[in-house]
Design a protein around this ligand. Structure first.
Ligand SMILES: Nc1ncnc2c1ncn2[C@@H]1O[C@H](COP(=O)(O)OP(=O)(O)OP(=O)(O)O)[C@@H](O)[C@H]1O
Ligand SMILES: [Mg+2]
Length: 632
């Protein structure tokens, strides 16, 4: 993969599966060539035309990309199709790391548009030029390419471009970046370089370690970008054999994955191993275990040691392998100083790192240290102290003082983080009832209403959403990061649009007022089945539970810690806030802040060992710098 990544930025090469189809005049395939392991490369020939090369390990086929259609609707799943119009050939690409495919498609479409501004040679001119045949890999996308393409877009009013070259657009296809709808000539959006936010050096080092095939556990305090990085890792691995999971549904949703329990298919995992193995062999579940090559687990702190050991044993058994975890590539992440596993009995639940198989399974322990959620250094230091259970007088004083913070703005009230789930429902229901005006109910459209429980367990939005003007709400999806419309953004319903749908308009803390429309969430269920829910990306936000808030970034929070019952719970609650000003702690008592001594011991041991790791850490980092930062 490392080779793949390196190529992706330098050579624009993709490691994927390819099917090449020759079509007849009615669009049916007359010849089909399947290449399971292909390398797809973009380059230029002696006339500076763009060439698509498909290499199957032995032979290379080249296609000139002048008139073509791009089908990019499933680019997020690592699939796209390039249809060459004069040749009537289509190249179907699949199982490609989506992040790399995104760069590839954007490079292709922008370079192609930029090429059209440069007066392509006619056949006659080519003959006259008598140039020797050549192929050079295409250079990485640069601002000047984007500029050229945009100039062309502003000049040309029809999709028919210079010298009779046509970039065909249609319902599912586009000459523009992936995921975009067909380009209407008068509404062409301005192109830009891939907008993916860059990883910092530490995150890049972890990505490199993962791509080198190592089983990695990476940790870091709240807000160091663990989940952010996990999303990039998911996008850099082949989708067919990569399973993104997390210990809770909310956390799974953050990284676009499923719960670890759902992946495993062994219920709570409390049955004896033999029975669990049987459960895992059910149709639909077995396929997870056999097709998985890369298993990603977020919020590992909430996974119980026994459960982890069971998964490890099942993997070895079902994959008929003696290697740890049946040879599955593990990418595990979380912060053990946040919420621990939920203990079913009175005994304290054991952490994953205390499991028998942990040491065998994890090759590398890495730590992210740069906090991204908060920017104020003194608040970051306060949180670091709380994380390890060190509540100094200064920390106590600051948190007690925060009880007087006025954090309400523009009618947007603070969200109360509750230790107990029942309080959450009660608070939200009561507050909604107390508001004047009539209530509007928005019902979700589920792909499979019979599986509503499965959907509920993974969905960040409920099936029924009740709203009124004045309702305190929270956004549950990243709609527009640049404009601050991100998951967790707080707002208030200002009115409902006229018409049958009566969609709500919400004023957000960032200052934007936005009419919201239903969004769609996809969930992986057992047996490769996909479930979906369509609902407004909102939930009531007078209160949410600390357990549900794990992994979230929140604008303005009020916390009552009097009933904290769990180690790490106070830290999770406090570390959701972006700033001390946006936080109000009622009745702070230093005794509620508790860090688990086993975890502290584990981390201090790791830290000692990291003297060793530090070397490789920087080796990775320097390697990344030579690979080129764009890809990261
Ligand atoms: N490289 C980056 N560039 C821009 N923003 C980033 C980067 N890394 C993280 N962030 C932002 O920082 C915030 C915290 O990131 P994230 O939620 O991934 O942290 P986390 O370590 O998973 O926290 P927690 O332990 O609470 O789950 C998010 O808003 C995320 O978008
Ligand atoms: Mg997280």
């Amino acid at each position: 993969y490392l080779a793949g990544v390196r190529c992706a930025i330098r050579l624009i090469s993709l490691q994927c599966s390819v099917v090449v189809e020759r079509l007849n005049s009615s669009g049916q395939a007359t010849k089909r060539q399947v290449i399971r392991k292909a390398a797809v490369l973009l380059g230029r020939n002696e006339f500076q035309e763009i060439i698509l090369r498909v290499h199957n390990g032995k032979v290379t086929e080249s296609y000139t990309l002048k008139e073509f259609q791009l089908f990019t609707r499933f680019a997020k799943d690592g699939k796209c199709t390039v249809k060459l119009l004069p040749e009537n050939v289509q190249v179907l690409i699949s199982d490609c790391p989506p992040h790399l495919l995104n760069i590839f498609l954007k490079t292709l479409s922008i370079k192609h548009q930029a090429w059209q501004t440069s007066k392509p040679m006619t056949d006659r001119e080519k003959l006259k030029a008598c140039l020797p045949r050549s192929f050079e890999t295409i250079s990485p996308l640069q601002q000047k390419d984007v500029q050229k393409a945009n100039e062309l877009r502003s000049k040309v009013n029809a999709p028919v471009l210079s010298k009779g070259l046509v970039v065909r657009t249609g319902n599912k296809m586009t000459g523009g970046p992936p995921g975009q709808q067909a380009l209407h000539p008068s509404k062409k959006p301005t192109l830009s370089l891939p907008a993916a936010r860059k990883l910092n050096k530490e995150q890049a080092a972890v990505l490199s370690a993962v791509l080198s095939g190592k089983n990695v556990f990476f940790t870091g305090s709240a807000g160091t970008g663990k989940s952010f990085l996990l999303k990039r890792i998911v996008g850099s691995l082949p989708p067919k054999s990569t399973y993104a999971t997390a210990s809770t549904g909310v956390a799974a949703c953050h990284i676009g994955g499923t719960t670890l329990h759902n992946f495993a298919g062994i219920g709570s995992g409390s049955a004896p191993l033999e029975q669990c193995i049987e459960l895992a062999q059910r149709p639909g579940v077995l396929q997870h275990w056999t097709s998985c090559r890369h298993l990603i687990i977020d919020e590992i702190s909430m996974v119980e040691a026994q459960f982890f050991d069971k998964l490890e044993a099942i993997a070895r058994c079902l994959r008929r392998s003696t290697e740890p975890f049946g040879g599955i590539h593990l990418i595990v992440c979380g912060d053990f100083l946040q919420l621990p596993p939920i203990s079913k009995e009175k005994d304290k639940a054991t952490f994953c790192f205390q499991s028998r198989s942990w040491r065998k399974c994890i090759h590398l322990n890495m730590e992210l240290t740069e906090v991204r959620r908060q920017t104020d250094q003194s608040f970051i230091s306060l949180l670091q102290a709380v994380r390890v259970g060190r509540v100094t007088e200064e920390v106590t004083a600051k948190l007690i003082k925060s009880a007087y913070h006025k954090i309400e703005r523009d009618g947007i009230l603070a969200t109360r983080l509750c230790t107990h789930k029942d309080d959450v429902e009660l608070t939200n229901d009561n507050k909604l009832q107390q508001l004047p005006g009539s209530v509007r109910v928005f019902e979700a459209v589920d792909s499979d209403p019979a599986l509503v429980k499965t959907i509920d367990s993974q969905s960040p939005v409920s099936r029924l959403l009740q709203l009124k003007v004045g309702a305190q709400v929270m956004l549950t999806k990243n709609l527009d990061v640049q404009r601050g419309l991100v998951n967790g953004a707080r707002g208030v319903v200002v009115d409902f649009q006229p018409g049958k749908l009566g969609l709500p308009r919400v004023r957000f803390l960032c200052g934007t007022t936005e009419a919201l429309k239903p969004e769609r969430w996809m969930f992986k269920a057992g047996g490769g089945l996909y479930l979906s829910r369509q609902q407004l990306p909102l939930k009531l936000a007078w209160a949410i539970s600390i357990h549900k808030s794990q992994g979230m970034t929140l604008d303005c929070v009020e916390i009552s810690l009097a009933r904290v019952f769990e180690r790490g719970q106070a830290y999770v609650a406090l570390s959701r806030a972006k700033s001390l000003e946006g936080l109000r702690v009622m009745d702070f008592d230093p005794h509620v802040v508790r860090a688990d001594p086993d975890v502290l011991h584990f981390y201090s041991k790791l830290r000692k060992e990291r003297l060793l790791l530090q070397v490789s850490f920087w080796l990775y980092a320097s390697f990344v710098l030579t690979v080129g930062p764009n890809v990261l």
